[in-house]
Design a binder for this molecule. Structure first.
Ligand code: FAD
Length: 504
């Protein structure tokens, strides 16, 4: 299709309406009002009666950038949301029942310009522990070791790469306070109808009380309903359930038992997997499952049987289709959050995608009028980013030795996207991984998960073979010693959180 660069909707965008006030709505409101608020009138409509999805408590390190942009004080944020630190995810029973590994946020070892660290570790492994002591791949990553030993601190130089576990409901309230401080107007009410101009653009939201909220530009944060983009503008949905068979979740909060560990636990089961997210005041738990293999009642019962503390609520079942809207910006509507699509929370990527949606929108913000070139560029970037993340999540299901249940047998037999098949084959043949430009997960993430899931490369880079046993052993030993030295200096995570970020 050929596009001219004449604005689709002429005239400046001044009145922005955000439909929905879950994590997505308030994240958008907070940053948009901070950065562009002086030139805009921003209103957010949400309905207490409908409520939010109420989950989404594990994050990745990019959230720190969002907080820096907003000028958020980390201690205040952590106290307000009862947050703890997160250094990675422990995957239990994913490779096979009884086998664990960690996908950590840290870097592993030291790379050479021709070859990543994995090649040196693989060379040592090939020569054997007797000839070249080398231990586990994870021994070379401070964040991974710190997580498993339950330690954390902000280090003065080259600090730990970390994220947070947070209480989603409190986070929305926290961001709402910031947004209202920047002048965002909150409107409580149920959207009964979405009104359009003759040309199809959205004109206003009509609320249940008959009032209308007019705007020049609309941000659809209405969650799975996708009221504006999906329901009103009719944008289709690309279903990825043939690659990601889980389509349901059941969630429950429990009282804390034991120390809050600085990592998320992801425990694979015959029908899906279970998460465990420790906060300061409670634990978030859930079971993500494939409804074709497990019923809702059985899932509820299974989760209640597997949780460790007392349940603080009735378990809640959520239904979803993994996939993405064909486009996330159409006409004068951009969808952000669940309204734009959903990938299951295995790698805690949804909040990150919300953040990317906002920053990208601000980079392309149509203040002077809406141009098709901006829309196309935005949609292309969103699609690129989400497809890489989709591949990374499918990897966990595809590369595993589990065959003990129909879910795992299905995953072993299924085709995967060509982009992922290429990655798996390349690592398997040569131990090489290359990060695509603008891709979220870097080489080290791919390597940790591929090795962790049981993919053993058949070869490694010849640079590593140029080192004799002593040289290679010394190179590896020095890195491990450095990790061990830093590790013992770190306090216990729970003590650190208590002194740094407990609510006043
Ligand atoms: P919602 O929270 O559903 O908010 C929708 C908003 O729209 C609400 O305010 C609602 O009131 C409003 N609304 C809807 N219809 C109307 C109407 N008619 N009138 C007025 N208002 C309306 N993400 C992570 O990053 N990490 C995780 O660990 C993680 N875990 C997850 C686990 C599960 C099981 C699921 C399903 C998701 C998880 N996510 C996770 C994703 C995360 O929860 C969402 O990305 C995040 O909460 C954003 O949701 P949202 O704001 O788009 O939608």
């Amino acid at each position: 299709m050929q596009h001219t660069n004449a604005p689709l909707r002429t005239g400046p965008v001044r009145r922005v309406v955000i439909a929905g006030g879950g994590t997505a709505g308030w994240m958008v409101a907070a940053l948009l009002s901070k950065v562009l608020g002086k030139g805009l009138e921003i209103r957010l409509v949400e309905s207490d009666e409908i409520g939010t999805v109420g989950v989404g408590e594990a994050t990745i390190p990019t959230l720190l950038t969002y907080h820096q942009l907003l000028g958020i004080n980390e201690q205040e944020f952590m106290a307000a949301t009862q947050a703890t630190f997160k250094l990675g995810i422990q995957f239990e029973n994913w490779r096979n029942v009884g086998e664990d590994y960690v996908h950590s946020f840290g870097l592993t070892g030291k790379d050479h310009w021709t070859a990543g660290f994995q090649h040196f570790w693989l060379a040592a492994r090939q020569r054997g522990e007797q000839r070249v002591p080398h231990g586990d791949y994870g021994d070379y990553c401070l964040e991974l070791r710190a997580g498993l030993e339950n330690r954390f601190a902000h280090l003065p130089r080259n600090g730990l790469n970390y994220a947070f576990h947070l209480d989603a409901s409190r986070y929305a309230v926290f961001l709402r306070g910031i947004s209202q401080g920047h002048g965002v107007q909150r409107i409580e009410g149920k959207i009964a109808q979405v009104l359009q101009h003759d040309d199809g653009d959205i004109r206003a939201l009509r609320l249940a009380d008959g009032s209308e909220v007019e705007g020049d530009f609309f941000i659809d944060c209405t969650g799975f309903r996708s009221l504006l983009l999906g329901q009103t503008l009719g944008v289709g949905f690309e279903d990825w359930s043939h690659w990601l068979p889980c389509d349901s979740a059941v969630a429950v909060q429990t009282a804390s038992v034991g120390e809050a560990v600085p990592y998320t636990r992801s425990i694979a089961h015959p029908f899906g997997w279970q998460w465990r997210i420790p906060l300061q005041h409670r634990v978030g738990n859930g079971l993500v499952f494939a409804s074709r293999y497990l019923g809702d009642d059985e899932a509820r019962a299974m989760l209640l049987q597997k949780i460790e503390g007392e349940a603080l609520m009735q378990p809640r079942v959520l239904k979803f289709t993994p996939g993405q809207r064909d486009v996330t910006w159409k006409r004068n509507v951009v969808a952000i959050g669940l309204a734009s699509g959903f990938l299951e929370p295995l790698e805690s990527t949804s909040i990150h995608l919300i953040q990317r949606g906002i920053t990208r929108l601000m980079q392309c913000f149509p203040a002077g009028g809406i141009h098709q070139t901006d829309i196309d560029e935005y949609n292309r970037q969103v699609r690129d980013e989400i497809e890489h993340i989709r591949d990374f999540i499918i990897l966990h299901y595809k590369v595993t030795n589990r065959r003990d249940a129909p879910l795992w047998q299905h995953c072993a037999a299924m085709d995967v996207p060509q982009s992922l098949a290429h990655r798996i084959q390349m690592f398997s043949d040569t131990a090489r991984v290359f990060k695509a430009p603008h891709e979220l997960f870097g080489e080290n993430s791919w390597i940790q998960v591929m090795l962790g899931q049981g993919l053993t490369p058949g070869a490694h880079h010849p640079t590593a073979d140029l080192m004799g046993d002593d040289e290679l052993g010394h190179f590896l030993g020095e890195i491990r010693k450095q990790v061990a030295r830093q590790l013992v200096q770190l306090p216990r995570h729970e003590d650190y959180v208590r002194s740094y970020a407990a609510p006043v």
